[in-house]
Design a protein around this ligand. Sequence first.
Ligand code: COA
Length: 364
Amino acid sequence: MSHYAPGLEGVIAGQTAICTVGREGNDLLYRGYSIIDLCGKNVPWEEVAFMLIWNRRATPAEADQFRRAIVSHRDIPDALKRALESLPATTKPMDVLRTGWSFLGNLFPEESTDEDGIVSRIVASGPTIIAWWYNHHRGRKTRLDYPHADQGGYFLHALNGKMPTDDERKLMNTSMILYSEHAFNASTFTARVVTSTLSDTWSALVAAVGALKGPLHGGANEEAMRLILQFGTPDDAERGVMEMLTRKEKIMGFGHRAYKVRDPRSDLIKHWALKLAEANRDLPHMAIAQRIDAVMAREKKMFPNTDFYHAPAYHMMDIPIPLFTPIFAFARTAGWLAHIREQRAENRLIRPTEEYTGPEKREW
Ligand code: COA
């Protein structure tokens, strides 16, 4: 007899060979490769994505071919550009991304597009969709002529129209690696549920974007920045967070269902955030963030998750707060596509059972 677990906590809902989260309390491995190793060696995100999606490391020739496919698919069809321009400036960026990918799915349906083409188009197009819509409403041109293959640097260039520094590119590469994959999280599980009905990749992708948008999932990095910006000094932050805890409010960017010791991604992104803060002389936000971190450790024995230090890191690179979650989505295309392929290979319709709590049988 199965028992009800709210939020499916502790329920094994499938098997996967893609990723392990927190097996030792504070580790994250992509097909056996530790994120500490991948980030420490600054492996290009595009190669990590290839490895996750196709379940093997790319040969140099394959890596080169994948990079060229990504670069060639960065430009999006004119029809999509016009559609993006017709969306109001007030649209939520995650809704823009959802609409953009849904639109592309109509132009390149799975029945008539090869799998490689769909994969590279999905991986390549996210940054262009967001930058194009965002810049259009600010009367700015979107630069598509970034000369390198890294998607993180490409997004900064397309968005702000200027060449990112080496450290900014490395920070973005680290960020993209950290956001690539995370096992059966809500958006990935959503993609697997859609795939299990034998629906198409684009539909699974669009559904996953919808799940990622929520503040308990991808939206936490945006909320963390709004929190940091509320305070003028570390002392203000300490007072404010103490008051929030008294009111039993949640502090965004803290806590995690799967990590019991520490979120290993947090220190990796914090390292780059600190480095950039020193280079930009933008230390106040980091000082506030670090004080909030210290208060949460002292009061709640809670550690920051990956979203917390992503917030000041993105902010220092002039990325507007509402665009934080789309970057998470650009990176997570790797994990989603890997899970869609894995679900298809061993498919069984995902259809759990439920506990009925309504009225007993009665007459109309
Ligand atoms: N700030 C303050 N208290 C928190 C907290 C936070 N960020 N996260 C959890 N808690 C507290 C809860 O209030 C609860 O306390 P209680 O037992 O006294 O009621 C307890 O810790 C368990 O919280 P719960 O929400 O049941 O844990 P969960 O495993 O369901 O949730 C998260 C995990 C990530 C959804 C949750 O920690 C959260 O909402 N964090 C903020 C959002 C966030 O950063 N999300 C990004 C995840 S990568």
